[in-house]
Design a protein around this ligand. Structure first.
Ligand SMILES: [Zn+2]
Length: 121
């Protein structure tokens, strides 16, 4: 359910960007950056993307997902590390005062477009 709402948001952004182009442009791919902390399942997102773009100007576009790891910065020892477990503790000193550096991203990075080839015999 989460992914469906996220996907709609991505399509809103992509659709708005597309509207600024001349009409005859086709989108070949939509690139998004997703932090792991968002809990978004990339496969699920892809599923909804394919479903929702049918019969829209984005039809046929591919969703390219760049996953961003959760990174933390320990306030006690300034160590930077990738957080894999649900508990945010520093792997160097074991401290629990950790600032989040990344992992919450949810951005549309770019749209790749191709000029639509005009029909002709
Ligand atoms: Zn530390």
């Amino acid at each position: 359910m989460h992914e469906l709402a996220i996907c709609r948001g991505i399509l809103d952004v992509a659709g708005a960007a597309l509207a600024e182009h001349t009409p005859r442009v086709a989108v070949s791919s939509v690139a998004v950056r997703i932090g792991r902390l968002t809990g978004i399942d990339p496969e699920c997102l892809r599923f909804y993307f394919d479903l929702l773009i049918t019969d829209t100007p984005l039809a046929g576009a591919m969703l390219r997902i760049e996953e961003v790891p959760i990174r933390g910065l320990c306030r006690a020892c300034a160590a930077e590390f990738v957080i894999e477990s649900p508990a945010f503790t520093c792997e160097t000193c074991g401290g629990s005062a950790v600032d989040l550096l990344s992992g919450q991203e949810l951005q549309v990075i770019s749209l790749e477009t191709v000029e639509e080839v005009c029909g002709g015999d």
